[in-house]
Design a protein around this ligand. Structure first.
Ligand code: FEO
Length: 299
């Protein structure tokens, strides 16, 4: 479990907001501490999560009131991020909790994802309210998410026979369970090279490999076969011209994945399925000049 702790750097200088952020971290920490107590059961977890959710909504509402009171220019975009967290991310995470009947693993995962989301959100979006722009990406993914979500749903259905649901566009490298990782390159018709990075929870792979015994180690060939199927389906989205063959060097350990991820992927999306989570990241750069179209050649 990653460290859950308030830090001075989170202060934005607005008392009501800073106090609420600190309290959110305290609630998350309490939930993790509860898991070390044998007396904790599903009911206590459920109450704790309910409180965390309710307090988050109170905080969003207070913060939005403050933004309006100072006529903050980025209000609409900031509110949209709050709404998206409430309507998409929280809804998916809570489904996971319910499916597992509030297991300790699911509670840890819930708190881990929320902790990372909140830390990142405070450092970028909330600091921007008071004029501190720290590394704001300025990369609007909103139009791409529905398309990528449809493709990922198709890939998951074909390869793992389970539908997927978009959870968050703010995946920041947090651990979401025992997973397998793979990176992949391909070139598109328009001269763009894409680097794709996938992290897929192991439970999904066991399903694809039809392995009943979770402890049975999958061979590299099996992992590459399943990742190959996934990348083939995803490639269709990008109208790929050249595919590069997958080999064992494409398979990454958790540390290798994190190191690769830290190089920066403007698109890093977290999805869930009934069987487990997965992450899809991509970045791109131009490798050759675009071929002139037929119209351009005749001019
Ligand atoms: Fe403090 Fe925008 O949430």
């Amino acid at each position: 479990m990653e460290n859950i702790a308030w830090d001075e750097k989170f202060n934005i200088g607005v008392d009501v907001i800073d106090k609420a952020h600190a309290k959110l971290f305290r609630i998350m920490k309490k939930l993790i501490d509860m898991s070390e107590d044998d007396e904790t059961n599903q009911t206590t977890y459920k109450e704790g999560i309910k409180y965390l959710e309710a307090y988050s909504m109170t905080h969003f509402s207070e913060e939005e009131t403050y933004m309006r009171s100072v006529r903050y220019q980025g209000y609409a975009q900031h509110k949209k991020i709050h709404d998206n967290f409430r309507d998409k991310t929280l809804v998916s995470l809570k489904k996971d909790l319910e499916l597992s009947n509030y297991s300790t693993t699911a509670v840890h995962r819930f708190v881990g994802i929320m902790n990372n989301w909140l830390a990142e959100h405070i450092m970028i979006e909330d600091q921007a309210i008071v004029g501190r722009i720290i590394n704001r990406k300025g990369y609007d993914l909103s139009s791409q998410i529905p398309v990528i979500s449809r493709v990922m749903n198709r890939a998951m259905t074909e390869v793992f026979q389970t539908e997927s649901k978009f959870v968050s566009a703010d995946y920041k490298g947090q651990n979401f369970g025992k997973a397998l990782y793979c990176c992949y390159f391909c070139d598109t018709e328009s001269g763009i090279r894409l680097q794709l990075l996938l992290g897929v929870e192991e439970t999904l792979f066991f399903r694809a490999a039809k392995q009943q015994e979770a402890e049975k180690e999958m061979t590299e060939e099996e992992k590459l076969r399943v990742f190959g199927q996934l990348f083939q389906t995803i490639s269709k989205l990008f109208r790929v011209e050249t595919e590069y063959e997958l080999d064992k060097d494409n398979l990454l350990t958790r540390d290798g994945f994190r190191a690769n991820f830290m190089k920066g992927y403007p698109c890093s999306l977290l999805f869930t399925t009934k069987v487990g989570y997965f992450v899809f990241c991509y970045r791109s750069w131009r490798v050759k000049k675009q071929k002139p179209s037929a119209d351009e050649k005749t001019v």
